[in-house]
Design a protein around this ligand. Structure first.
Ligand code: ATP
Length: 258
């Protein structure tokens, strides 16, 4: 089911400010691709162009193409809401609906698709919570509020909510940056399991994390102060971390800048 994402010559603006420029890359299905690079080089902006979340910011726009399999997600007849269902997103801070129950948090996206029989809904909620490695911790308190969970559990709840609508792709914007080391490891293990079914793109500031969880790594950098971010190189993670082709990549991963 998971398909390749093909990005061609993508440039993203906030009003007249060009945040990233000329990005061309192929994201393979059922792999984890890490986006790394110094602050402000446009990793999060680029990530949000992959499911049409970028244009939610007033004045923001995109040039270039993004294809998921055969589908041009920016085609005039493409529906952004359905694009976001197919290409789900997990944010930096866990953002469950705080007063909504654990069950209803997972069911929220499904209910937007229309009425689903209760038994079917229960099955999908259970399967999604299992998929997010959270089921055993919450199965006896499904009707407690989402906010009653720890930060790490809330993030896994958000992942369960994202996978409940059966997306093809999961975009993750620094999903562990608000979590403690144990919860971070739980999410990293989960990413390793989820890639069997989903294509995953993750923005991370943590080099060890990129090296641990990803198959491919894309290094972004600024062309200069006040200039837009660019893709400098993308390759197998092992290659990027042991023998990158570009000096700026090596300088960044060895901590010489950024
Ligand atoms: N909502 C916004 N409105 C206007 N400009 C924005 C907005 N969000 C980001 N930018 C600008 O776009 C550029 C890229 O920002 P972005 O957040 O994508 O970079 P990043 O690489 O993800 O940074 P960080 O690692 O610090 O999160 C920056 O110049 C930033 O100031």
């Amino acid at each position: 089911m998971a398909q390749q994402i093909e990005v061609s010559d993508l440039t993203a603006y906030y009003g007249s400010h060009k945040a990233v420029e000329g990005i061309t890359m192929t994201i393979e299905p059922r792999t984890v691709t890490a986006l790394i690079g110094p602050s402000g080089c446009g990793k999060s902006t680029f990530l949000r162009t992959l499911n049409r979340m970028h244009e939610v910011v007033p004045g923001a726009r995109v040039e270039g193409k993004v294809r998921l399999g055969d589908e041009d997600i920016y085609a005039p007849d493409a529906d952004p809401v359905s694009v976001r269902r197919t290409i789900g997103m997990v944010f930096q801070r866990p953002n469950p609906f705080p007063t909504m129950s654990i069950f209803d948090n997972v069911a929220a996206g499904l209910r937007l698709n229309g009425r689903i029989p209760r038994s079917e809904l229960e099955g999908i909620v259970e399967e999604s919570l299992k998929g997010a490695n959270l089921w055993h911790e919450v199965k006896d308190r499904l009707h407690k509020p989402g906010a009653s969970l720890s930060g790490g559990q809330q993030q896994r709840l958000c992942i369960a909510r994202a996978i409940a609508v059966r997306p093809q792709v999961l975009l993750m914007d620094e999903p562990c940056s608000a979590l403690d080391p144990i919860s971070t490891l739980a999410i990293e293990d989960l990413i390793g399991e989820l890639k069997r079914e989903y294509t995953i793109v993750i923005v991370t500031h943590n080099m060890q994390q990129a090296a641990r969880v990803s198959d491919k790594t894309a290094f972004f950098n600024l062309a200069g102060p006040g200039r837009p971010g660019r893709l400098i190189e993308m390759d197998d993670t092992r290659k990027i971390f042991t023998n990158p082709s570009v000096k700026a990549t090596e300088d960044y991963i060895t901590g010489r800048f950024g």
